[in-house]
Ligand binder design. Structure first.
Ligand SMILES: [Zn+2]
Ligand SMILES: [Zn+2]
Length: 383
């Protein structure tokens, strides 16, 4: 039997410790300290801190020069109250590790354990713990950071756990893996009036109703349609609870999702056209701004081939996704610059979905994630 260079017991402990202390995007200070401590105790050749905010990288040099392969995971949790009751549930009100980033960190920490005992034959391996994935800001900030230049990879990989697939199943797709996402903040301004004389003002309520209706009509919800597009309302606010006043202002926040950049551009244009028309019809001032853009993750064909061979070597079942997923991942910023791949690791058929209050990363897939990463990195280092 081959000796494992990592301990699943230790990684499970680390995962649960991270789960207990979740932090929001961009605020992952304690998480970064915990990760730094763990990495430092596995003697990397170099460590870097504060990359793009709270980001950390650990570099393990091989015995001979060669390619640099990076594995990326995410430090952040979500602004969602966890409803699980197990003893390692979140200790922070309204914040939870409900996307499994705690599990992704544990898998990448497993690589630190592995490379601490067995350095790569050649090249180098960089373990990147990225901040603020959920807001789409982290990857871009890391890429822009001065220190990132010294660790720019030849290839980059990441795993996302996927509820709805059998545990340990490997989910791949050549080309686009995740969708293109952009979010819009729409502001309408009319005129205040006495609530007894709304006709003397201009209340945006009907325009708000029209926007909600029209944007819903502009959706193509059939997941098999290549023009699949969602316009999801995430936040709507109008006026204030002052009962003598007819409202004059409204704000609507929507998230737009498509399978490709081309479709997203078209949907953005449609959205602007509709809201401009509606605001004009109701004589309201309109302003809008875009936020939290995620570009599609594009998987390199060679990189996906390595993932596939790695899965076959470990006798894991492989699912080739017909279509890109509709969620966004800011890993797209990395694959736009470097060849690489993001692939899925099944988290259980019956697992609650990502971002649900009762979701929890299954510890028994940590080892599979570590093994997959090691095998994929080996192939990339040989390239
Ligand atoms: Zn998420
Ligand atoms: Zn995630």
């Amino acid at each position: 039997m081959v000796m494992k260079g990592y301990s699943e017991v230790k990684l499970t402990e680390l995962r649960r410790e991270l789960h207990r202390h979740p932090e929001l995007s961009g605020e992952e200070v304690q998480t970064a300290i915990r990760i730094s401590r763990f990495l430092a105790s596995h003697s990397p050749d170099r460590m870097m801190h504060h990359i793009g905010g709270t980001g950390i990288a650990a570099v393990f040099e091989g015995k001979m020069p060669g390619k640099r392969v990076m594995v990326r995971c995410e430090l952040d949790a979500l602004p969602i109250e966890e409803t699980n009751t197990f003893n390692y549930r979140s200790t922070k009100k309204g914040i939870g590790h409900l996307c499994g980033h705690d599990g992704h960190m544990a898998m990448v920490a497993g690589l630190a354990m592995h490379y601490a005992s067995v350095r790569p034959e050649k090249g180098s391996v960089v373990l990147l713990f990225q901040p603020a994935e959920e807001t789409g800001a982290g990857a871009a900030a890391v890429l822009k950071h001065q220190d990132f230049k010294s660790i720019e990879p030849d290839f980059i990989f990441a795993i996302h756990n996927l509820p709805g697939y059998r545990k340990g199943e490997i989910v791949i797709r050549e080309g686009n893996f995740t969708g293109s996402v952009n979010s819009i903040v729409i502001r309408l301004k009319g005129k205040k009036a006495h609530a007894a004389e709304p006709m003397k003002g201009n209340n945006p309520a009907r325009a708000v109703a029209a926007i909600i209706g029209k944007l819903r009509e502009a959706e193509i919800r059939d997941p098999l349609d290549p023009a699949f597009s969602l316009l999801t309302p995430v936040y709507i606010q109008m006026g204030s609870p002052a009962y003598g006043v007819s409202a004059d202002e409204a704000e609507l926040h929507y998230t737009l999702r498509c399978r490709s950049e081309e479709h997203l551009t078209r949907l953005e244009e449609d959205c602007i056209r509709l809201i401009t028309q509606i605001a004009a019809n109701h004589s309201l001032e309109l302003s809008y701004s875009w936020t939290q853009k995620f570009i599609a993750t594009k998987n390199n064909p060679m990189a996906i081939q390595w993932v596939k061979s790695a899965a076959m070597e470990h006798k894991l079942s492989i699912v080739e996704a017909d279509l890109p997923f509709s969620w966004g991942e800011d890993f797209g910023n990395f694959t736009a610059r470097f060849p690489g791949a993001l692939f899925g690791l099944g988290a259980g058929k019956d697992s609650p979905s990502l971002h649900q209050s009762d979701y929890d990363f299954p510890d028994d897939i940590i080892g599979t994630g570590v093994e997959m990463f090691i095998a994929v990195i080996d192939k990339a280092l040989e390239a």
